[in-house]
Design a protein around this ligand. Structure first.
Ligand code: F6P
Length: 490
């Protein structure tokens, strides 16, 4: 039986005891803004927050995050606390206020201009600036202080998320030695050769080794991390136990592939309301009933391989004129990290390439690429997923990729073909997808043809197998396994 919200709730009751449960991430799960004079809220485009929110609703803990919304402070109390989800409160969000300068140095700077390109092998050179590093350390300290104030001397499970907080586990341990700390790194961990160029590599590794459990999506990233520590620190790696002993403390390194709330998405997808909304989307995007709809849904990030995919689409139309007028490719591009030059350049590049394809092949009655540069709520995405004959995920490197899993969960009738980069964590579980090397436009173009021409039994066979895997390995199983591991250490 797959894990569910209910089984996770019982597990939490049994395992948490008197421990306080705290999650820490940079991105907050709900953002308040002011629109037309009124305060409204939305959910950010972040796989991490979407994945963790159902878990927090179940365990009713405390979520500490950067308060990034312009109206966040109007709805929070003096210590930054607000009950969320705003429409049916289930847990507490504690917002941490950062100055613009702190945000620039820690988030745009060290996190996204140094660690992000360092950990993703996408051939984007990392920038290592002393002021970014100082800002990053300062913000990690600030979070450590605020969390320590919350915990006092109480025993706690602290669940730290991602590369924004590499230093936090050690800082928390110094402030509250009783805390049990799990740190989950949501992006890849590169091999030791790549990581060695980071000027502050030792501090980063020592910071992460402050946790009791360090999680990555796949085993390969665990092994890369152990190899890196072996090279850089006087530590004792235990490859058999996949653990590291450093300064007398043990950190267990484990793979926990993150996932989605499969049942919830699947139920939404199967509902009558969704079927209606889904059909209506076709006409909204000028896709006729006899045309195939192909889909891409990504943050506008250079690791996602969007130019590579558009190049392949161009090649596909060049080689297969019989599909002119028969396929509309809808690309959703969610603006992200817009203060950074590389992201602005990527966005312009995508604009140009879409225009190029549309003017090269388009006709009065047919626009080959519909580009939606916007963020959509999950129900709209589910509606789109349902209409898509195929979804392309062509990431050059990706820790997991939850869009691939959302697409699978939305195919309640077993339709749809997933074209998936081999360089995503998701490819390990979703081996019934059409796997691609995103650096090969010829291969992607060929798989697009295959996706359109695959017979319906084969489509259904592959999709059914992928659905079984995602149903089984859902978000509750991910959270439950981490919690079980952590509770064994009490
Ligand atoms: O995948 C890493 C990650 O930080 C996720 O946690 C999140 O889904 C995504 O990138 C969004 O990035 P940001 O929070 O910078 O908008």
């Amino acid at each position: 039986m797959p894990e569910t919200a209910r089984t996770l709730r019982s597990l939490i009751r049994a395992k948490l005891g008197d421990h306080k449960f705290v999650t820490v991430s940079n991105r907050e799960p709900y953002v308040h803004v002011r629109q037309d004079g009124k305060v409204s809220w939305s959910r950010p485009a972040s796989g991490l927050t979407v994945a963790l929110d159902p878990l927090m609703q179940v365990c009713r803990g405390l979520w500490v995050a950067h308060g990034s919304g312009a109206a966040d402070w109007e709805v929070s109390d003096a210590s930054g606390r607000v009950q969320v989800p705003p429409d049916r409160p289930a847990y507490t969000l504690k917002r941490i206020r950062l100055t613009e300068e702190q945000e620039r140095l820690y988030y745009d700077g060290f996190a996204n201009s140094a660690l992000w390109p360092l950990c993703h092998v996408a051939y984007q050179r990392p920038a290592f600036l002393q002021e970014h590093w100082d800002g990053y350390r300062q913000v990690n300290e600030l979070f450590a202080d605020r969390i320590a104030e919350e915990l006092g001397n109480r025993p706690a499970f602290v669940f730290v998320q991602d590369y924004h907080f590499a230093l936090l586990p050690k800082m928390l341990r110094e402030r509250n030695p009783k805390a049990l700390i799990a740190h989950f790194w949501h992006i890849p961990w590169p091999n030791a050769e790549v990581f060695r160029i980071c000027p502050w590599k030792q501090e980063i590794l020592e910071g992460m080794l402050g946790s009791n459990i360090l999680g990555f999506h796949i085993r390969n990233h665990c092994l890369n991390f152990i190899e890196t520590v072996d090279r850089e620190l006087e530590a004792r790696p235990d490859r058999e136990l996949t653990a590291i002993v450093y300064q007398g403390r043990t950190t267990r390194i484990r793979a926990f592939p993150i996932s989605i709330d499969f049942d919830n998405i699947s139920e939404q997808a199967a509902s009558w309301k969704m079927r209606k909304a889904s059909a209506a989307l076709r006409s909204a995007y000028h896709v006729k009933p006899d045309q195939w709809l192909g889909l891409g849904v990504d943050r506008l990030d250079y690791t996602k391989g969007i130019p590579e995919r558009l190049h392949a689409l161009d090649l596909f139309f060049e080689r297969h004129p019989q599909y002119h007028g028969r396929l509309v490719f809808v690309q959703v591009g969610v603006p992200t990290r817009v203060h950074l030059e590389e992201y602005r350049m990527l966005s312009e590049h995508v604009d140009r390439k879409v225009e190029e394809i549309n003017s090269k092949y388009g006709t009065e009655n047919w626009k080959p690429v519909v580009y939606l540069r916007a963020q959509f709520e999950l129900p709209v995405l589910i509606a789109l997923y349902r209409q898509a004959r195929f979804l392309i995920v062509s990431s050059l490197h990706d820790g997991m990729n939850l869009v691939a899993k959302e697409y699978v969960a939305s195919q309640t009738e077993g339709g749809g073909v997933l074209i998936l980069s081999r360089f995503t964590g998701a490819a390990r579980e979703l081996s019934d997808a059409l796997l691609i090397n995103p650096y090969s436009p010829d291969e992607i173009a060929e798989k697009i043809r295959e996706a359109l021409e695959m017979d319906s039994d084969e489509v259904c066979r592959r999709m059914t197998k992928m659905r079984e895997r995602v149903r089984e390995n859902n978000i509750y199983k991910w959270a439950g396994s981490i919690l079980k591991k952590l509770s064994r250490l009490t």
